[in-house]
Design a protein around this ligand. Structure first.
Ligand code: PMP
Length: 421
């Protein structure tokens, strides 16, 4: 392993038994091109520990049935497990009530739910919605669609060269026409951790509700929606050691009660006649049709797993990995790190002079190193930083310092292969 400057590895690193943790993730022993997989694409999707896989197998082999609709043994069991998963979500984000935790198919679905349920109800011509310059497309496009439909305007908080949002510019945007602030907690393209508490307080001082896109935060830092005071908080299961197809929208009951359902169908109703339908209570009003039962239960298991390791421990470990990687990558001449905010989550976006990120990603893959290349569904960020794309390494607690060394070695090899000085 490289020599590190004092403190780079951090005090928590030595106490963290990473080999014990890694042994719980079957995929981490996969070989790629004859080399050990170095999985550094965690911001796109994290991997699943055996215990979550086992929970899926147990559900599918012994517990599966449709929920909420029958009195037989399996249906009651599956219903109890599904609702227990909801309570695990509630406790994970410290929501006041499980009724405020809606299962969705992911962050994108959750934001679209708010766009339809809140946006269509409360946003009129001439109104404004504030987003930031570092949003994922999932927190831009739905608001753009709404603005187009309603004749409303999208306002954008600018970002500095380091990747930090301007709080002063945000304050200047707040006003009587603003109906919603939709803001990311952590940028997936830059790693910036936004001090959202300040933004939420400032918006609330104007009576404006705030939606937080927590897709990149919930897996990596402790989230307490009551302490944050946000009105909505969205995240995805597949980024937190759970399966795809499941996500969560936390919403304050006072808003959820006023919102129109996004989708109509079974389970979201109390009674239906051809004259009139009465909607179910929250959260069921927003969960039309058969939900992803297995995925919700598996997410509950994943949340138990993350809590047992501890979100503070995870945050510390990933901080240490990021610091070590930043030091190693910064030492390579010709590489520019995009996103150098003071507070960052474990995302390292980079461009190498003279090599297109896709070519770089392909070469790293030859060494078994998995990074994401492209615009990361954040094209406005690419435009702002005047790059077509970046190569992004994103770390999870199960990554090692040796894997960071492998990344750095592979980047060095790329320079030689492509003949870049
Ligand atoms: N927001 C952010 C910040 C993200 O990183 C992602 C996933 N890349 C999303 C939203 C969308 O999440 P999903 O695809 O799970 O809906």
């Amino acid at each position: 392993m490289r020599m590190m400057s004092a403190g780079t590895k951090g005090s928590g690193a030595e106490r963290f038994d990473v080999e014990r943790i890694r042994a719980q993730f079957p995929v981490l022993s996969v070989q790629v091109n004859g080399k050990p997989l170095v999985y550094l694409d965690n911001a796109a999707s994290a991997q699943m520990p055996q215990r979550v896989i086992d929970r899926i197998v147990r559900y599918q082999s012994r517990e599966h049935s449709n929920i909420h609709r029958a009195v037989h043994y399996l249906s009651e069991l599956a219903t109890a497990e599904y609702e227990a998963a909801r309570r695990k979500v509630q406790s994970f984000i410290n929501a006041p009530s499980d009724k405020e935790c809606i299962f969705t198919s992911g962050t994108t679905d959750a934001i679209n739910l708010v766009m339809h349920g809140y946006g269509r109800r409360f946003v009129q011509a001439g109104d404004e919605i504030i987003v930031s310059a570092i949003e994922h497309h999932a927190n831009i496009v739905p608001w753009q669609m709404l603005c187009e439909e309603r004749g409303a305007k999208l306002r954008v908080i600018p970002v500095s060269d380091a990747g930090e949002l301007s709080f002063e510019a945000f304050q200047a945007l707040l006003g009587p026409r603003v109906r919603l602030v939709a803001l990311t907690h952590v940028s997936n393209a830059l790693g910036t951790v936004v001090p959202i508490r300040d933004y939420i307080d400032a918006a609330h001082a104007h009576g404006i509700p705030v939606l937080i896109d927590g897709a990149q935060a919930a897996p990596h830092i402790p989230v307490d929606v009551q302490a944050l005071g946000c009105d909505f908080y969205a995240f995805s299961g597949h980024k937190m050691c759970g399966p795809t197809g499941i996500g969560v929208l936390y919403g304050r009951a006072e808003w959820l009660e006023k919102m129109q359902p996004f989708k109509g169908g079974g389970d979201m109703i109390l009674s239906v006649s051809f004259e009139k339908t009465t909607y179910n209570t929250i959260p069921f009003k927003f969960e039309a049709g058969t939900p992803p039962i297995m995925a919700a239960i598996a997410l509950g298991e994943a949340l138990d797993y993350l809590r047992e390791i501890g979100l503070d421990t995870i945050a510390r470990r990933e901080h240490d990995l990021l610091a070590y990687a930043t030091e190693g990558v910064s030492a390579i001449r010709g590489i520019r790190i995009i996103g150098t905010a003071e507070r960052k989550a474990a995302v390292l976006s980079m461009v190498m002079e003279g090599i297109h990120p896709h070519d770089l990603g392909t070469l790293l893959n030859e060494d078994g190193v998995a990074v994401r290349t492209g615009h990361h569904c954040a094209q406005p960020v690419m435009t702002r930083f005047r790059v077509p794309a970046t190569a992004r390494a994103s770390f999870a607690f199960y990554n090692t310092f040796e894997e960071v060394d492998a990344l750095v070695a592979s980047l060095e090899r790329a320079k030689t292969v492509f003949g870049v000085a």
